[in-house]
Structure formats: structure tokens, C-alpha cells
Design a protein around this ligand. Sequence first.
Ligand SMILES: [Zn+2]
Length: 321
Amino acid sequence: MPMEKLVGAVLVLAAAALAAGGCGGGGDEPPVVVRMVTPAGPPPTPTLPPGVSPTPLVAPELVLSTMEVYQAGAVLVSVTGDVAGGQVSFLGRKFPLIRGSQSQFTFVPVATDDPPGQHLLTVDVRLPNGTRGTLEATITVLPAEWTVDYLEFSPEQSAELLDPAVVAAELELLRDIYVKVTPQKLWNGPWLLPVQGALTARFGEQRSVNGAPPSGHHGGTDIGAEEGTPVVATNSGTVVLARELKVRGNMVVIDHGGGLYSGYAHLSSIAVAEGDRVEAGQVIGAVGNTGLSTGAHLHWEMAAYGVLLDALRFTDGSNGF
Ligand SMILES: [Zn+2]
């Protein structure tokens, strides 16, 4: 019986409101059945007592926020139906399914240097009766175009703040936070811009410092605004970092659950403490020029499973949620 149920499973492309029980955005277009899927391996021998018929299962369905995702974008992957658990694999990374109100879900990140083209996404699912199966879909990774930012720092700034050991230690501190996975949906509804202002440096921008060849990728989105302008949480979650750092200055990091984090750097002041629960739109600090910064602006980071993502794709709809 479980075999037939899994064979009948279909992949459905739908907006995120359907995907994770209210992640905001879209929802106008009807779900599109994309392809049939097949189970992996034979089902186990039923262990039900004689005469007892198994409870009918609702066949698992794979629901994706988008089939085409840009480098530094993310796909919201959901599995609906009777599923006990599972794991998503994409581009050599693995992500656990997390139980939501109407489905099990995870955010699947695409890194800046992941190769464009078609890649197979697989979901190994476990049904309540122990049966295992695989749902799969082909995702197209689209190339993002990176701009170049030419920066000048004074010798004093360069000596103190561009010390590789200082930069590395801060990256390690943040990476240790960003790789933790809280198995709960802490975000709710659409993702908000933390501050209104001019976009002064895009995510992924390559940097040339003091005339050196462009290298690396800017790990956040810079929004220019007057010092003291309130900065709000892009979504609800738990504050896991609220302190002064060398490079990013005063910084707040919010855990949104499901491996997803937002970070807010160069703040002039911090209005929350580590451990606080915050709601979307709640003021968490103010725009500033602290740390390695050449003017008042917000440096806004988003990360899923330790992979830094383009924050604007959470607000412009290009991730499909
Ligand atoms: Zn920045």
C-alpha cells in the first residue's frame, strides 16, 4: 500500500503561503503539477496484526517556492501529506525537514559560487509506517551578475580593521551562529526591509580595496540612511547576538528558525538583548557608522545553513516567497 501511495505523489509548484503555512507573498496562481515521482527501494513488510487495515495515508507532495533560483537565492521546500520526517539534498548539501503547522519544510540556499544550470533536488521522506521514498525535482540555478565596489580606507583603518586575524575571527563567530539550526518556524508572514533608504552596495558585490584587484563577495546588502534611523527586524525570531564587533560594529543577529538568520551591522545603538523574542517590524536598533564603515548605513545579512544569501531576494519575490 505505501508503495502505491508514494507512486501517486506529485510535485506541486506553488506560492509560499501554501508552501509553509503562511510565509507571505504570492498565492494568486494555482498550483501546477510538474512531474510524477517514484519511490526509492521496496517498502518494508507490513507489521499490522491480522485483520487490521492500515490507516489511509495522504500521499506526500513536494511543494517548491520556485523552480528557478538565482545564485545567492533560496528555495522554500515543503512536503505536505503524511510524512514523519525527511531530508533534502541539493548541490551536495543536506537539510533536515522541519515540522511546520501544515507541512514539513526547509529553506534551501544557493551560494554565490554554486554553478548555474540544472541540478537535481531530492527529498528522502519517511512515512509514519516506516516506509521510505524519494521525491525529486530539477531546479535551475540562474547566474547572478556581481558588481564591483571600489573602497578606500585610511592606513589607520586598514591597519586595525583589515587585520586578517580580526576579520577571520569575526567570520568564525558569525559562522558558528549561522550553522546552528533551530527546528522550529519562528518567522511569520512576509519579510520586511529593515530600513528605507538608498541601496549603496548590493549583495555579492566584489570589492577592490585601495586599488587591489576585485575579489570576494560582499556578504550583505548595504542601505544608506541617516544615523539614528530606526532599524526593524525583517521578521520574527530570537535575538542570538547583540554586541559590538570589530568589523561590523554594533551588530544584531536574529534566528528565524529552520536554519535561517538575519544580521544587522554598523548600528549606532542596539535596542534589544541576546535572548529577546522579537516580532517582524520591531525596532532592534538604529542606523550607524560603527566598525569598518565609510558612512552611515545598514549592512543587512541573511544566511541559511551557514550560506550567505542576497537579502533583497527575500523582499522582491524572486525566491518565490
Ligand atoms: Zn555591507
